[in-house]
Design a protein around this ligand. Structure first.
Ligand code: CP
Ligand code: NVA
Length: 301
């Protein structure tokens, strides 16, 4: 795999397959200490539970170290320019993971850093989450080709990375969003141009969208940084809640997915999240295994 992982578009279909194989192998056998003596710096402009913990544990389990740098500490772009942060960190650590608002901040870091940069979520993408999600589906279905996945909700960072990853994995993704919250058409066109045999279709009808779904996925209606829009979004997304009524339109064995954190009573009900169909904690755990594969591939030689 190449140097940076700022987007699913940074890896090829074959590289994605290899990463998933490697992650499954590491989950089964335990990781080896291939990153002994290496350090990952993690710059987070937004809060995190899963991403921070999974990156730290991934480095620890691979024999390396992780260094958490909070937004308050670094004040990227304010205390000093992004390009200086990139070059200073490159002199001291072997890789950087960054969680940012603006996606351009991650790509600017990658441009100026002489060490690999991994996207730990930006407003546009969450590639590590998409890898963990495919890993979760592979554990359940074996082969990803032909799996029908439905995403209910905002055409946001989660949906975009999922769209790219789905097409490359041969997954048929249906996105059901309210008008005005769809994935941008250029994202869908870019996804459909990728090799892999999967597809992305969009609809405004949640019940229709889940009818043949092997798994139904949702995410928060107001993402980090959109808190001021929460009330308006709650109105706009009414009818798109992942609840028992929507799940009744899906096949009886359809899985329930969420990247977490979840807002129970908003995008998903407690009943559905806690149901036996829910694989949300597998997704969370798989963040660590997927990122071990990414870090070992980028840094392990
Ligand atoms: N899913 C995810 O990225 O969670 P965190 O925001 O807690 O890292
Ligand atoms: N769309 C959410 C994902 C959180 C993991 C956000 O950006 O806040």
């Amino acid at each position: 795999m190449g140097r940076d992982f700022t987007s699913i578009l940074d890896i090829s279909r074959d590289e994605m397959d290899l990463l998933l194989d490697l992650a499954l192998g590491m989950k089964r056998d335990g990781p080896s200490q291939v990153l002994r003596g290496q350090t990952l710096a993690m710059i987070f402009e937004k809060p995190s539970l899963r991403t921070r913990t999974s990156f730290e544990m991934a480095m620890y389990r691979l024999g390396g170290n992780a260094l958490y740098l909070s937004a308050h500490e670094v004040r990227m772009g304010e205390r000093e320019p992004v390009k200086d942060v990139a070059r200073v960190l490159s002199r001291m650590v072997q890789a950087v993971a960054a969680r940012t608002y603006d996606h351009a901040t991650v790509t600017e870091l990658a441009h100026y850093a002489s060490v690999p940069v991994v996207n730990a979520l930006s407003d546009d993408e969450h590639p590590c989450q998409a890898l963990a999600d495919l890993l979760t589906l592979r554990e359940r279905f074996g082969n990803l080709a032909g799996v029908r996945l439905t995403y209910l909700g905002d055409g946001n960072n989660i949906a975009r990375s999922l769209a790219y990853a789905s097409v490359m994995a041969g997954v048929h993704l249906t996105v059901a969003a309210p008008a005005g919250y769809e994935l941008p058409s250029e994202t869908v066109e870019r996804a459909l141009a990728l090799p892999g045999g999967g597809s992305v279709t969009q609809t405004h009808d949640p019940h229709e969208a889940v009818r043949n779904a092997a798994a139904v996925y949702t995410d928060v209606w107001a993402s980090m940084g959109q808190e001021a829009e929460a009330a308006r979004r709650a109105e706009d997304f009414a009818g798109f809640q992942l609840n028992a009524e929507v799940m009744a339109s899906a096949p009886a064995d359809a899985l329930v997915m969420h990247d977490l954190p979840a807002h129970r009573g908003e995008e998903i009900t407690d009943e559905v999240l806690e149901s036996p169909r829910s694989v949300v904690f597998d997704q969370a755990e798989n963040r660590m295994h997927a990122q071990q594969a990414v870090l070992a591939s980028i840094l392990g030689g």
